[in-house]
Design a protein around this ligand. Structure first.
Ligand SMILES: O=P(O)(O)OC[C@H]1O[C@H](OP(=O)(O)OP(=O)(O)O)[C@H](O)[C@@H]1O
Ligand SMILES: Nc1ncnc2[nH]cnc12
Length: 181
């Protein structure tokens, strides 16, 4: 795969994302990144592209924040490669110690996400990573939470952007997506 350019690599990754109509509810076309992770050469390409992109869009970033749950599959790969801390944002009730919480609206209903106090130093330059951007509610809540504990969100990055849902319009920070549907 060494002779492929980045565009070719992204095309292969996009082709490997399996789509499931009407999951988890009728009317949703579910885009499943796990089908890429189940293919080691493609997973390696994804890791390479994410790390390269992170260095490009967020120079001097000091920590990577990943979102529960699928952001935990990607964020640590980047953080380890860049030798900076990985910090999780989890759904309510999963993180020990003192936490800061934020409730946010979903398409239907609401959810709460949390971060550990002290996980990010004041003024720290943060890159937020997740697998997918749909309505933008989750990523927007994550940006707010990082700012509330004193961090500075310099950029966010996701693998899959569902363009039709216009999630990026909801975000206070620029978002970079590798592939778009
Ligand atoms: O842009 P939004 O409309 O907020 O949707 C995007 C979020 O939805 C999915 O997570 P989900 O909440 O399904 O959790 P999971 O990763 O635990 O499956 C996805 O991994 C994003 O985090
Ligand atoms: N269509 C979708 N596919 C996968 N994950 C999602 N999270 C929110 N919408 C999604």
């Amino acid at each position: 795969m060494a002779q492929l350019n980045d565009e070719d690599k992204l095309k292969l990754i996009k082709e490997a994302v399996k789509s499931y109509p009407d999951f988890p509810v009728a009317g949703v076309l579910f885009r499943d990144l796990f089908s890429v992770l189940q293919n080691p050469p493609l997973f390696a390409l994804l890791k390479e592209l994410l790390t390269k992109k992170a260095q490009e869009i967020a120079p001097a970033v000091q920590s990577v924040v990943g979102l529960d749950a699928r952001g935990f599959l990607l964020g640590p790969l980047i953080a380890l490669e860049l030798q900076i801390p990985f910090v999780p944002i989890r759904k309510k009730g999963k993180l020990p110690g003192k936490v800061r919480s934020l409730k946010y609206a979903l398409e239907y209903g609401e959810d709460t996400v949390e971060i550990q106090e002290g996980a990010i130093r004041p003024g720290e330059r943060v890159l937020i990573v997740d697998d997918l951007l749909a309505t933008g509610g989750t990523l927007n809540a994550a940006c707010q939470l990082v700012e509330q504990v004193g961090g500075q969100v310099v950029r966010s990055m996701i693998v899959i952007e569902l363009v039709g849902l216009k999630g990026r319009a909801k975000l206070p920070v620029e978002v970079t997506s590798l592939i778009q549907f």
